[in-house]
Each structure stands twice: as structure tokens, then as C-alpha cells.
Ligand binder design. Structure first.
Ligand code: PGA
Length: 245
């Protein structure tokens, strides 16, 4: 599963050219999934183009709000996302946590409501550099994962987790494979302990993934996919990463 997170980039022209180039280049062997998350204002346009192309690329939103936040100027609910054909949504991204003060209670509600409305949450967790340097990564990530405790086991099986160390996002400094494996192993064990039944929750890695490091990261059994920001903008680079992963 490879996710393109465009953040606050793009235009109608860029969306259209990316979709046609990427649709042409992607090799969908092994039922690998590609999820495109453009800015919200281009979601419906992107969905229309993907339908016209009969593309296997899925549509994802970068944001959602909980419906009980009403009235909320500028808000978007999971039901609205489903209505325009988005099947996935990023929740808890560190940029949303820091810039719009997205907190655990709201994040928990958004995850639950998205699942109830048929939109699969990609729940982002990850530590900053100070926590990493203080050896607090695992305890911090446990505290972030706690929000999942409100979900039933069947709801939990609809969640995707993305591990994105904040110090690696947009810095060019990705976490190394050994470190990623350790943290992914920890996240998977946490999720296992939360459930009495065996469920599969994919864990993606994000943070400075690029053409040069994607193969090494994805080759780990602990890594179920990649969440890609900067390197997803160029259709050729993104297609190459997808096909190599
Ligand atoms: P990056 O961003 O690939 O540019 O580091 C990843 C993300 O924030 O999802």
C-alpha cells in the first residue's frame, strides 16, 4: 500500500497530469494498493478523473472533522468524504496535531466516525527528536495508540496505522531500517495486545521516503506500505517508487 500525501501542493492542472501519468505507469501486481490524497479542494475533481480513467488508484482525504464539532466553518465530515468517493482519510498527522491542535479526544472520534461512515482511517503516530533522544519513543507512541481503545475489535480491523517520526518528515533524514522495524514491531504488538482475536492492521512508514531508500524500507516484513509526501508530487518518481516497492 503506497500513499501519496500531497499536503498543500498542486493545482487542477497538476492533479490531472499526475493522474494520467501515474495511471499509465503503475504496475498493480500482487494487488498492491495506491492511494492519492490531494488537497481537499481537488478531491472531487481527482475522483472524477480517476473514474474517467477507470483507474485502480483510490482516493484519500488529508483531513476530516468530527460531525459533533458542528457548527464548524470549513469543516468536512467523513460522510461528506464518502459521498464524493473518498475511501481513505489521514487522521492524526503531526502537522495537523501541531498546527490545528488536533488532540487525542478529537482524533479518537474522527477515527470511529470515519469507520462508521465507511472511510478507512490512516492513523498517523510518531515521536519528535527530543523524545527519540530521551528514549521515550515507545512510551509516547503507546500514549498516541491509546485512542484506539474506544474501537471494537471489528472496527480496529479497519484501521491502518502510519508510523511517521516527526524528525524524519520533510527533512531528508529517514529513519533507518533497523529503527523502523523496532518501532513497527512495537506498534504491531500493542495492537495485538488490544485484541482477543487475531487481526491484521497494516503499519506504513512515512518520513523522507524517496526513490533511493524506498526499496530498503519496504523490503522489511514489518513494513506494510509507505506514506509519501514530497516524493509523491512528481508522477515519475512516485510511479518508480510504487513499482519498486
Ligand atoms: P515527506 O512527508 O515524505 O515529505 O517526509 C511524509 C508525510 O508527512 O506524510
Amino acid at each position: 500500500m503506497i500513499v501519496a500525501n500531497w499536503k498543500m501542493h498542486g493545482s487542477r492542472q497538476a492533479v490531472s497530469s499526475w493522474i494520467s501519468k501515474v495511471s499509465e505507469n503503475l504496475d498493480f501486481k500482487d494487488s498492491k494498493l495506491c492511494i492519492f490524497c490531494p488537497p481537499s479542494c481537488y478531491l472531487e475533481y481527482a475522483g472524477k478523473l480517476l473514474n474517467e480513467e477507470n483507474s485502480q488508484i483510490k482516493l484519500g482525504s488529508q483531513i476530516v472533522n468530527e460531525s459533533e464539532a458542528k457548527p464548524l466553518t470549513g469543516g468536512i465530515t467523513a460522510a461528506m468524504l464518502k459521498d464524493i468517493g473518498a475511501d481513505y482519510v489521514l487522521i492524526g498527522h503531526s502537522e495537523q496535531r501541531s498546527f490545528i491542535r488536533d488532540g487525542d479526544t478529537g482524533i479518537a472520534k474522527k477515527i470511529k466516525e470515519s469507520i462508521d461512515d465507511g472511510v478507512i482511517p490512516i492513523f498517523c503516530v510518531g515521536e519528535d527528536l527530543a523524545k527519540k533522544n530521551n528514549n521515550e519513543t515507545e512510551s509516547f507512541i503507546s500514549s498516541q495508540l491509546e485512542v484506539l481503545q474506544i474501537l471494537s475489535e471489528s472496527q480496529l480491523s479497519s484501521v491502518i496505522v502510519a508510523y511517521e517520526p516527526i524528525w524524519a518528515i520533510g527533512t531528508g533524514l529517514n529513519a533507518d531500517r533497523q529503527y523502523i522495524e523496532k518501532i513497527h514491531g512495537f506498534i504491531k504488538q500493542y495492537l495485538k495486545d488490544l485484541c482477543s482475536i487475531d487481526i491484521y492492521v497494516p503499519v506504513l512508514y512515512g518520513g523522507s521516503v524517496k526513490l533511493e531508500n524506498c526499496e530498503e524500507i519496504i523490503s522489511s516484513d514489518e513494513v506494510d506500505g509507505l506514506l509519501i509526501g514530497g516524493a509523491s508530487l512528481d508522477p515519475e518518481i512516485f510511479s518508480n517508487i510504487f513499482n519498486l516497492s
